[in-house]
Design a protein around this ligand. Structure first.
Ligand code: ATP
Ligand code: MG
Ligand code: MG
Ligand code: MG
Length: 477
């Protein structure tokens, strides 16, 4: 079952059950404090918080997501992408726990011939919040699960709140058991490699106040309008349904991995470290493609910096696989062709977004070439002198003068069996920041002086002759 078909079945199922189908929001949020859409709920926050009345009682969607906090997991676990798609069904004051559990179970275990997913109930486990007896009983009754298949877990995994006064409530999650070859037989809380979380059902039930932390607050009562928020990982369901080992081997991601394998001349499945790199490349190329198609461009801060890091990490991984030249002109088209059916924009806008990607690669390859020569020499010299750590000022010089990222320095040093004097590096970075701040302050003072003249000029009292030059300069500060 192709990834797109699973998404299609999901939307059709919930449409048949009275849900309005809503298109995915952009990966770029309206909220400057939140860089990216990290979950299906993000675009629905105004409705879920009760600030804006929802225009429908039930909705369903496939939401594009980016989670940079999962970046270290990518390629190592089978289930973490920096880009992924979250299937969601929503109830705004309409159905609650019973409805959400009924739909989830029916869609997962109903027959494929009826447009559902055809999971075998004996492969599924669920968790509920430890105090949520209601959900526990519903799972027993609706799904016919025996009690040992329903694990009660604490707030850290099975409670949702924003950390602010407002709605909160318990969660219930559904897991797929991949079988004894993946780990021990103890249920979801024991082994997340064997038991893969596929679906999170959030029951927004309470109003909370006196919030001291995300999990420390006072419940002031039941919400008058209880909401349902669910999130199912499309790639996770896809890899299970496709009978492959992980999400990077599904139809929307694997073609990039295969292309990377071809370019490297190595084999996938022969060496664990290499395999992780192939998976990182496949993931990061796709995430970059999707970010570019939502209007993010590489830069040194904010969203653009995340995009830059993803592309650079893919390039670095290709180098570690022995490929030094440009690879984006091969990898991006492979990702485009795997994603274009679901997101036609990646093909329609390809000229623009590939121009950014290819230019970024060319620039970074030049940086790498220059920096690597210097770093290799420093590492050699450190070793020759019997040292175990690269000096902080050398790492800083690479960063400051050559634009060679510290994460790369750390990685390359580690491969050479050395550490980096991180404390010294951090001190130098702080000093540099302090200098930059002082510079900015003195520039501001200059501007303040300038504004005196501007005020005067506006009053028509005098004309400051050096004005035009200063004005030009100040506008680029
Ligand atoms: P995990 O514990 O496996 O990291 P999570 O609890 O962080 O998952 P949720 O925040 O509950 O995930 O998100 C809802 C669903 O979205 C998950 O059940 C999973 O199917 C999917 N999902 C979450 N993070 C990722 C990711 N990085 N890549 C792919 N799918 C994901
Ligand atoms: Mg997670
Ligand atoms: Mg989880
Ligand atoms: Mg979860």
């Amino acid at each position: 079952m192709k990834t797109a078909e699973i998404a299609q079945r999901y939307l059709e199922y919930f449409e048949r059950n009275g849900h309005v189908i809503v298109p995915s929001a952009s990966l770029v949020t309206d909220d400057p404090a939140l860089l990216f859409t990290v979950a299906g709920m993000v675009p629905f926050i105004p409705y879920l918080s009760g600030n804006v009345p929802a225009p429908y009682a039930r909705a369903a969607d496939v939401q594009k997501c980016i989670r940079t906090n999962d970046i270290e997991e990518v390629g190592k676990t089978p289930r973490h992408g920096t880009f992924f798609q979250m299937l969601g069904n929503w109830s705004f004051g309409d159905y609650f726990k019973e409805g959400a559990i009924t739909y989830a179970w029916d869609f997962l275990t109903g027959a494929e011939a009826d447009g559902k997913l055809g999971f075998d109930p004996k492969d599924l486990w669920v968790t509920v919040y430890e105090e949520d007896d209601e959900a526990f009983e519903l799972w027993k009754r609706i799904a016919g699960l025996s009690e040992d298949r329903i694990h009660r877990l604490g707030k850290d995994t099975n409670y949702w709140s924003t950390g602010l006064p407002g709605p909160a409530g318990p969660c219930s999650e559904i897991f797929f058991d991949r079988g004894p070859e993946y780990g021990i037989d103890g249920g979801p809380a024991t082994d997340d490699d064997r038991y893969v979380e596929i679906w999170n059902l959030v029951f927004m039930q309470y109003a909370i106040e006196d919030v001291r932390s995300k999990y420390d607050f006072r419940i002031v009562g039941e919400l008058p309008n209880k909401n349902i928020d669910t999130g199912m990982g499309l790639e996770r369901v896809a890899f299970i349904k496709q009978g492959v080992d992980n999400m990077y081997e599904t139809d929307q991601v694997r073609p990039v991995l295969d292309r990377a394998v071809e370019l490297s001349g190595r084999r996938y499945g022969a060496d664990h470290e290499d395999d992780v790199r192939f998976r990182i490349i496949a993931d990061h190329i796709r995430s970059s493609l999707m970010l570019l198609s939502d209007g993010v461009t590489p830069s040194n801060e904010g969203r653009g910096y995340i995009l830059r890091r993803l592309m650079r990490r893919a390039i670095r991984s290709m180098r570690l696989l022995g490929v030094d030249g440009p690879t984006f002109p091969d990898l991006f088209p492979a990702s485009r062709d795997a994603m274009r059916d679901a997101y036609p924009i990646v093909a329609e806008d390809y000229a623009r977004l590939s121009a950014y990607a290819y230019a970024e690669e060319a620039t970074f390859l030049r940086t790498l070439a220059a920096g690597s020569v210097i770093l290799d020499a420093s590492l050699e010299a450190t070793k020759d002198a019997g040292g175990t750590a690269l000096a902080g000022d050398e790492a800083f010089l690479l960063h400051d003068t050559y634009g060679f990222p510290i994460d790369l320095t750390l990685e390359i040093a580690e491969e050479a069996g050395l550490s980096v004097d991180r404390a010294a590096f951090d001190t130098l970075m702080q000093e540099q920041r302090a200098r930059a701040k002082a510079d900015a302050r003195s520039r501001k003072r200059a501007l303040a002086d300038l504004s005196v003249y501007r005020d005067l000029r506006l009053k028509g009292e005098t004309v400051f002759t050096g004005y035009t030059d200063l004005e030009t300069e100040s506008s680029v500060l």
